[in-house]
Design a protein around this ligand. Structure first.
Ligand SMILES: *Cc1c(COP(=O)(O)O)cnc(C)c1O
Length: 376
């Protein structure tokens, strides 16, 4: 018996595959360095807010996310009508793609970038134009050149997932100014709190002058609420009003809303944890460079190993040694910055891989770097 026909696009999308062993309760503990989560347990104040919200789950959540939007408006010094809250910034990205999905619509984004963009575009019926990164970073000139009258949305992931590279404020501003006002620009700043380079762009101040610009932030990374699914978007009031309509009602749970308000209130303490992660990022990168790896400067809570054809092998190597990382076939491997202990375990595993490769190629007198240099 054949099953009822569904949209053909569903046949082109990959099924979601959780990282090996991560969710197996009986497995020996795997270092979870594949999803860019905060390694820290929730602060007591956040755990208390979650418990308190549990007492009212027989009621629907506030569909307008009132207290959370008021807290965000205060934090950013903007009016409430310029903020939309979603069940993770993913749901706001989905709303964005759906909001522009007229027949023939195209979206431009860099590649590799956040792996979810292609699926959201395909599901919405928006054609994707992927612009290759140049030296692991956005090539804004090439992206601007790729914009046509059919382009309805440009997504800029800054810092970029999975490479960790970040755009400077001046170059981002020049790019936004060059995009036709009829095309939306979405700057995905999921890792904004980890940026330490003062030249790197914060796109929020650009929103005032550009009604076609929206900025996405999330509580999933620096605020440590990945499991609760809360993100938000800042833009002009008319765009925000339309996007709110494109989101499912009641999508943001009452527990998530209460926890996000509590997390904003505890921002100072949470940002000290982010400082720890940033210090670990420096230590991990310096150690890897000392081992002989080439690692782009990361402004996020992960590092990128541009392994090209060896990416999948390295991912399996790590998984077999109890470290879950994220391999992008034929491109590279993204490794989250976790606890100092988990980072140490990864560094040991990475060093062992390099040693084994060097032994394998010792006869030819080549290191990985030599061979890479020979290829290019
Ligand atoms: C993790 C991440 C997000 C966050 O998604 P949520 O749905 O808010 O958890 C958004 N964009 C990028 C690029 C990310 O890496």
């Amino acid at each position: 018996m054949s099953s009822p026909p569904l949209r053909a696009v569903l046949g082109t999308l990959a099924s979601y595959k959780p990282s090996d062993g991560l969710y197996a309760s009986d497995a020996a503990r795997t270092c979870p360095l594949s999803a860019n989560e905060s390694p820290h347990d929730p602060l007591p104040g956040i755990a208390e807010a979650i418990a308190a919200a549990g007492a009212t789950v027989n009621r629907y959540p506030d569909p307008g996310c009132g207290p959370l939007i008021r807290a965000l408006a205060r934090a950013h010094g903007i009016t409430e009508d310029r903020i939309a809250v979603g069940a993770g910034s993913l749901s706001l990205l989905q709303a964005l793609f759906q909001a522009v999905a007229d027949p023939g619509a195209e979206a431009v984004y860099a590649w590799p970038s956040f792996e979810v963009y292609p699926a959201l575009a395909a599901l919405a019926g928006v054609e994707s134009a992927r612009v290759p990164l140049t030296r692991d970073a956005h090539d804004l000139r090439a992206m601007a050149d790729r914009i046509t009258p059919r382009t309805r949305l440009v997504v800029v992931c800054n810092p970029n997932n999975p490479t960790g590279t970040a755009l400077g404020f001046d170059e981002l501003r020049a790019f936004v100014e060059s995009v036709p006002p009829t095309c939306l620009v979405a700057v995905d700043e999921a890792y904004h709190e980890y940026v330490r380079d003062p030249a790197v762009a914060d796109a929020l101040p650009l929103c005032d002058a550009h009604p076609n610009l929206v900025v996405l932030r999330t509580f999933s990374k620096a605020y440590g609420l990945a499991g609760l699914r809360t993100g938000y978007l800042v833009g002009s009031a008319p765009i925000v009003e339309a996007l709110r309509k494109a989101c499912l009602p009641y999508a943001v749970s009452s527990v998530a809303q209460r926890a996000a308000v509590a997390a904003l209130g505890l921002g100072g303490e949470l940002m000290r944890r982010v400082d720890d992660t940033v210090a670990e990022r420096t230590r991990v990168r310096d150690t890897l460079v000392g081992q002989g790896w080439e690692i782009p400067d990361s402004q996020a809570n992960f590092v990128w190993l541009g392994l090209g054809p060896h990416a999948e092998d390295f991912g399996v190597w790590c998984a077999h040694r109890g470290v879950a990382v994220r391999a992008f076939p034929d491109m590279g491997v993204r490794v989250s910055i976790g606890s100092a202990e988990d980072n140490d375990r990864f560094l040991t595993v990475a060093d062992a891989w390099r040693s084994s490769r060097q032994m394998a190629t010792a006869g030819a007198g080549q290191t990985l770097r030599d061979r890479k240099a020979a290829r290019t």
